[in-house]
Design a protein around this ligand. Structure first.
Ligand SMILES: Cc1cc2nc3c(=O)[nH]c(=O)nc-3n(C[C@H](O)[C@H](O)[C@H](O)COP(=O)(O)O)c2cc1C
Length: 190
């Protein structure tokens, strides 16, 4: 069992990062191998909708995303962590998510080669927003949950937390415990 953590905040060591680390610790304690990718340290361009991947399953853009595609394929679970920027996900996370396009054919079905590796993969999400009302992050949850459901992945849930200053979430034991449990669930469900 392998869990891939995808960190979508450019603030390394910030709130999303802290909660993702808790989730990966939960997964590790449940027996999983874990790996974290920090998106802002990677070069990931936006999808060009050039449709070349529709036939080949290979993205035409030469940047760091193809190596991340391989890591996604090789993981049993992927947990994403992202702060709210202007009522939406960060630019880094959106560029990453749009590049999932390469996994699909022209009818948005998994490419045959990828389907056995993607089917039933566990997908989870952590969000952090400055707003005390965590539902501010609903649009991010909607994107990931709908993507998972639309493509027959296994949605394991979202942890939604509120914090503003860098590292502030470290004082929120409830959010840290929820993130830890999400990681355990990623390692054990289904
Ligand atoms: C560019 C930018 C836009 C933001 N927009 C929102 C927003 O729309 N709603 C909100 O609740 N918080 C917003 N925030 C606050 C962050 O979500 C908050 O500080 C969060 O804790 C950052 O998480 P991080 O430490 O993982 O980067 C914004 C922060 C930045 C830098």
């Amino acid at each position: 069992m392998k869990i891939l953590g995808v960190m979508g905040s450019p603030r390394i060591g910030g709130n999303s990062d802290i909660l993702l680390e808790r989730a990966l610790a939960g997964g590790k304690d449940a027996g999983a191998e874990t790996e974290k990718i920090v998106l802002c340290r990677k070069k990931i361009s936006g999808c060009l909708n050039c449709e070349r991947c529709n036939a080949t399953g290979v993205c035409a853009i030469k940047d760091d995303m193809p190596e991340i595609h391989e890591k996604i394929l090789g993981a049993d679970a992927v947990i994403h962590s992202c702060p709210v920027y202007f009522w939406a996900m960060t630019a880094q996370m959106k560029a990453y998510l749009d590049r999932w396009c390469a996994f699909f054919d022209a009818e948005w079905r998994w490419h045959e080669a990828y389907y056995p590796k993607m089917k039933g993969k566990h997908i989870g999400l952590i969000t952090v927003c400055g707003d005390p009302n965590v539902s501010t992050a609903d649009p991010i949850v909607h994107s990931f949950k709908t993507t998972a459901e639309f493509t027959n992945l296994c949605w394991i849930g979202a942890v939604m937390a509120s914090a503003t200053a860098k590292g502030e979430i470290a004082g929120n034991n409830k959010a840290k415990q929820e993130a830890y449990e999400l990681g355990r669930k990623a390692a054990t469900q289904g």
